[in-house]
Design a protein around this ligand. Structure first.
Ligand SMILES: NC(=O)c1ccc[n+]([C@@H]2O[C@H](COP(=O)([O-])OP(=O)(O)OC[C@H]3O[C@@H](n4cnc5c(N)ncnc54)[C@H](O)[C@@H]3O)[C@@H](O)[C@H]2O)c1
Length: 423
């Protein structure tokens, strides 16, 4: 709608729709609210929970529902197939159905034949297209408005032209890569798996660096300046989280295994990540011992990364549960994600409290653990922090604090792979 198209959005969550109609947005995403309000005002963007209205609004329908991880690790496509049922029920004319949800290769073809079966009696046809989404939470608007490329899986010329028309208001044609549906679906999984693998790779090197007493910052600098390698997704940390990398790597593993293929590299990426989520806890235990009863830890950062309130698969979940299980009290703070975080944590946990500010959070704690690199954490008054903590110890799960400054202020500092100084 920002570039002039008329858009009608439907969700089965009526409460979400009601709030969106009033210009209220449930999630934190920079600049999103302003953009929604702007386009609602221009009457180019509307929200509804009325199925008939939504299905017949346009000849192009995007499916963007969630495809979470199932208990076996494959993608749970229940919501996608529910949408297919809904469209088939209400459809009155020919449509192009664009799958934006991340779905395993083969899903588009399956949906195409499902529609053919369901619409046989109506004498109607639809064309299914794969158009996977690559935006990042926290930068969603910029990523969507200025994508590196747009992948479209469709072979019919008329449908290609329809999508070219749609995207031409947003990007130049040379940024659109057309391919078959299976390849488009695999491109999405392969891209996420590649990025996840880069993260697991640098985490593995960081762990080795810790054992050696080497400095991962220098290793990363040395590696990243090789143009073939680069710096992106090469930041050591406490493992990747979020709604995409963990589930997409596992779904691709599951899909490959269905064909009898053992995806060794993808399994290693996932394994390294699971272990990495425990790395900060193991550093804490190394300093304070197994039994943390009577100790208090301040945790800054609950979302899986900054500039979002998404806590899905956030490393902070596992860390805080482990600290509580070992008897420690946790005082937690996040600029945006506290409400979301509360919903996935055990209720009535007396050892866990949420604080309204980063300063209140550290009062009387035995150590500060920084889990997410929100910029407000970087500009902290560390002299004040030192006086508020019982012992001046900082665990930095993102290697984003100034290690030398902290050490000169008298802190004991533990990052990831900054082994040279961690002894
Ligand atoms: N979140 C991201 O950054 C991101 C990036 C790229 C791709 N994706 C992919 O996009 C898809 C959606 O991800 P998300 O994070 O927005 O999921 P989400 O779970 O946050 O949102 C999905 C929405 O779909 C609605 N819904 C479910 N069933 C419905 C139905 N039958 N009819 C109408 N609405 C229905 C839900 O109520 C919910 O509001 C996933 O496949 C994901 O992998 C997400």
């Amino acid at each position: 709608s920002e570039v002039g198209h008329e858009v009608c959005c439907i969700d089965i969550d009526q409460n979400k729709v009601k709030k969106l109609k009033q210009g209220k947005i449930d999630i934190y995403e920079p600049e999103l609210r302003e953009m929604v309000l702007r386009n609602q005002k221009k009457q180019r963007l509307e929200f509804t929970s009325n199925l008939k209205q939504a299905v017949n609004f346009s000849s192009l329908i995007f499916i963007c529902v969630g495809t979470p991880e199932s208990t076996e690790g494959s993608a749970d496509l229940t919501s996608v197939f529910n949408v297919v049922d809904s469209i088939a029920k209400e459809i009155k004319e020919k449509k192009v159905i664009v799958i934006k949800s991340t779905v395993p290769p083969g899903t588009g073809l399956e949906i195409q034949s499902l529609f053919e079966h369901k619409l046989k009696n109506k004498n109607l046809s639809v064309q299914v297209v794969s158009n996977p989404e690559f935006l990042r939470e926290g930068r969603a608007i910029n990523d969507f408005m200025e994508p590196d490329r747009v992948i479209i899986g469709v072979e019919q010329k008329s449908v290609k032209n329809k999508l070219l028309d749609l995207y031409s208001l947003l990007i130049s044609d040379d940024k659109i890569i057309f391919m078959d549906m299976l390849s488009a679906e695999l491109t999405k999984y392969a891209s996420n798996a590649m990025l996840a693998t880069k993260i697991s790779f640098i985490n593995e090197i960081a762990n080795i660096s810790d054992f050696l007493g080497a400095d991962i910052d220098l290793v990363r600098k040395g590696m990243g300046n090789d143009k073939r390698i680069g710096f992106s997704f090469m930041n050591p940390g406490s493992g990747y989280g979020g709604s995409c990398f963990p589930k997409d790597v596992k779904a691709l593993i599951s899909k490959a295994q269905n064909f009898g293929y053992n995806p060794r590299l993808l399994r290693a990426t996932d394994l390294v990540n699971r272990a990495q989520k425990k790395i900060i806890f193991s550093k804490i235990v190394k300093i304070f011992g197994d039994d943390l009863t009577g100790l208090k830890f301040a945790v800054w950062g609950l979302s899986f990364k900054p500039e979002t309130d998404d806590i899905r698969e956030s490393p902070s979940i596992e860390l805080i549960k482990s600290l509580n299980k070992a008897g420690a009290t946790v005082s937690a703070y996040d600029p945006k994600a506290i409400n979301q975080f509360k919903q996935v944590m055990p209720k009535n946990q007396p050892l866990l409290t949420y604080m309204e500010s980063k300063d209140l959070c550290i009062e009387g704690a035995d150590a500060l653990v920084v889990m997410t690199e929100w910029s407000e954490f970087q500009v902290s008054d560390f002299s004040f922090i030192k006086s508020a903590l019982k012992t001046p110890i900082i665990f930095d799960a993102r290697n984003f604090l100034e290690e030398e400054t902290l050490r000169s202020l008298g802190f004991r500092y533990f990052g990831i792979g900054r082994g040279r100084n961690a002894q």
